[in-house]
Design a protein around this ligand. Structure first.
Ligand code: FPP
Length: 257
């Protein structure tokens, strides 16, 4: 394992800061959620259009998926487009909607080779046909894979997810299939998009913003939060492993002492 990690991090002699390396014998987060923020500012600082930031951000997605897979993370959930992001300029939305197709066209073979399973979290309705088709085809082609689960949260909103769960549960009660006193945390969880996944152990948000922006509101209840000023297009596997190293130093108490 150590050899594998050293290989992934490249030539040891080139490393100047060993504190970025996590403990390979320590706890690796099973599920990592990521708010990929700062694409627009990255582009602006280079006098480029915002979409150039998103294109560069997609390259970071590729690097981080591999970095997570290399160390045995079980699930990685990337916030790619929120239910609020439709308010952005039309050309930016159009560009973002093309990214899943482009990502899967270039990456699917390698994802399959790595035994990665792709899934989409969010509302399918409202997505352009080509976006949905690409994602569903990716889900279908990787559905029997047993390695890393790569979730793209697309047209995703945490409050909408919880509201949908409440609606489904209310319907079960109205139909006489469920009693109100049978509703508990586990039942609510069973009506979320992430019903078969563990809650994230670690949330990473880039670009210096310290908020959740309607992301996985139910699931993040006991998640360790890690923020960095690094903009998403500049984020790399060393930053990712640094987040894991800091996660390993946290004491998780889940409300106990
Ligand atoms: C937030 O940065 C970023 C997004 C809304 C889009 C994130 C999408 C990607 C990184 C690419 C996704 C790739 C695939 C394969 C789906 P921002 O634009 O809000 O940045 P700003 O706050 O600096 O303006």
């Amino acid at each position: 394992m150590l050899e594998r990690i050293q290989k992934m991090l490249g030539n040891k002699a080139e490393q100047t800061d060993k504190t970025h390396v996590f403990d390979e014998n320590g706890a690796i987060p099973k599920h990592i959620a990521v708010i990929m923020d700062g694409n627009g500012r990255w582009a602006k600082s280079r006098s480029l259009p915002r979409i150039a930031g998103h294109r560069q951000g997609m390259k970071t997605v590729k690097e981080i998926v591999k970095a997570a897979d290399d160390i045995g993370v079980e699930a990685l959930t990337m916030y790619a487009f929120s239910t609020e992001n439709w308010k952005r300029p039309r050309d930016e939305v159009d560009f973002l909607m093309k990214l899943p197709q482009e990502f899967l066209t270039t990456e699917l073979d390698e994802l399959i080779e790595r035994n990665i399973r792709i899934r989409m979290l969010g509302i399918q309705q409202g997505l352009p046909d080509f976006t949905l088709k690409a994602l569903l085809a990716g889900e279908e082609r990787t559905k029997n894979n047993t390695g890393l689960i790569l979730n793209f949260a697309l047209n995703y909103g945490g409050r909408t997810e919880i509201t949908n769960a409440v609606t489904e549960i209310a319907q079960l009660v109205a139909d006489g299939k469920l009693r109100p006193d049978e509703i508990n945390d586990a039942l609510v969880n069973d009506h979320l998009y992430t019903r078969d996944l563990p809650d994230p152990d670690l949330l990473i948000r880039t670009s210096g913003e310290i908020r959740l922006s309607n992301f996985m509101l139910w699931q993040l209840a006991y998640t360790e939060l890690w923020f960095t000023d690094v903009l998403w297009p500049d984020f790399n596997k060393e930053h990712f492993y640094q987040a894991i190293a800091e996660y390993q130093g946290r004491a998780r108490r889940y409300g106990a002492v």
